[in-house]
Design a binder for this molecule. Structure first.
Ligand SMILES: CC(C)(COP(=O)(O)OP(=O)(O)OC[C@H]1O[C@@H](n2cnc3c(N)ncnc32)[C@H](O)[C@@H]1OP(=O)(O)O)[C@@H](O)C(=O)NCCC(=O)NCCS
Length: 293
């Protein structure tokens, strides 16, 4: 007999059942228990739970990031209840909720090797819009850079104009990432990165901007490590090489032990990162999008 799936907002009493079926999501476990309490208190979104006969059998998390865009994450179905429409039912509910909140677009990320997730997404008519890589290095050394510097506030407009005609910005679907969460990179985001001294620019011979790297240290605060990440990288091979040398030197001075190099999966960028000792990943991250009308 077909099992009836009911979807609702999560309650703290779901904790035990959810933690139990998340125990073996990946070989190392799952991050859901670490973020559960925070997610349940979240005002701009939350966790949705699917139940069968009153028992939690699946979850998904949603956050309303900016007016108009939502991010979905942590789709999990109890291995005993897979392939009966649980993830599909939760995602549909999340999209309904997102629409009610005024979202025009929903996005999420999955690894290229996660075929199950990709099939669910295809069935739900999500479209892959951009590919990213996470490359890591612990080889933090003082290096010489020639044409890179922290962006000054009065150059925000020039950087924004550079992005508008950048092929990489287009290839990255205009997105940047903090941790494993992708956001649209709009003018006000760029302004914030520049003001917080988290934007590195590269200049050509004429002093014009021809490269941009955005950085962030949320990983350090959330994961309690001496780490830094790149959120967005743009420029040709030489520009990227020079900006990342600048970043490495800065990290060296700050005592940062590890850099997570998140970037669009674009050969000149990934080759430059590899050249500077960043380990390539074994899987690509694909961001999917669904327009909500
Ligand atoms: C991905 C996951 C959430 C899917 O959950 P689910 O409840 O089994 O998904 P659904 O039953 O709604 O699947 C809908 C359709 O997707 C496809 N699908 C789902 N799992 C699949 C698999 N393992 N292989 C191939 N196709 C699959 C099928 O077409 C399925 O429809 P069908 O069974 O009628 O053919 C689940 O496998 C899971 O928890 N995996 C571990 C965590 C994970 O990878 N999360 C996603 C991170 S982005």
């Amino acid at each position: 007999m077909k099992k009836r799936i009911f979807v609702r907002k999560a309650r703290s009493s779901d904790r035990e059942a959810v933690f139990s079926f998340c125990e073996k999501t990946w070989s190392w476990g799952d991050y859901v228990p670490k973020v559960w309490d925070k997610w349940l208190k979240q005002r701009n979104g939350g966790v949705f739970v699917a139940t069968i006969n009153g028992m939690p059998v699946g979850i998904s998390h949603l956050s309303v990031d900016k007016p108009g865009e939502v991010w979905l994450s942590a789709a999990r179905t109890d291995p005993k209840y897979r392939r009966i429409g649980v993830a599909t039912a939760i995602t549909r509910k999340c999209l309904e909720y997102a629409k009610k909140k005024g979202a025009k677009v929903a996005r999420l990320v999955t690894a290229s090797k996660n075929k199950a997730a990709q099939t669910v997404l295809k069935k739900l008519r999500f479209k892959p819009i951009a590919e990213f890589v996470e490359m890591v290095t612990e080889n933090i050394t003082a290096e010489i850079s020639k044409k890179s510097r922290l962006a000054e506030k009065d150059r925000t407009k020039e950087i924004w104009n550079y992005l508008q005609s950048s092929k990489t910005y287009h290839k990255a679907a205009g997105l940047y990432t903090v941790l494993y969460h992708w956001f649209s990179l709009q003018k006000e985001d760029l302004k914030r990165f520049v003001e917080e001294q988290k934007a590195i620019v590269h200049e050509n011979e004429k002093g014009e901007v021809n490269g941009l790297t955005l950085i962030d240290d949320t990983t350090a605060r959330q994961w309690h490590e001496d780490t830094m990440q790149t959120c967005y990288i743009d420029g040709d091979y030489n520009a990227v090489l020079d900006m990342i040398r600048f970043l490495k030197s800065r990290c060296y001075g700050l005592g940062v032990k590890k850099i997570y190099g998140f970037a669009c999966n674009h050969k000149p960028i990934t080759t430059a990162l590899e050249q500077l000792g960043f380990e390539p990943p074994d899987s690509v991250e694909i961001v999917y999008e669904k327009k909500l009308s």
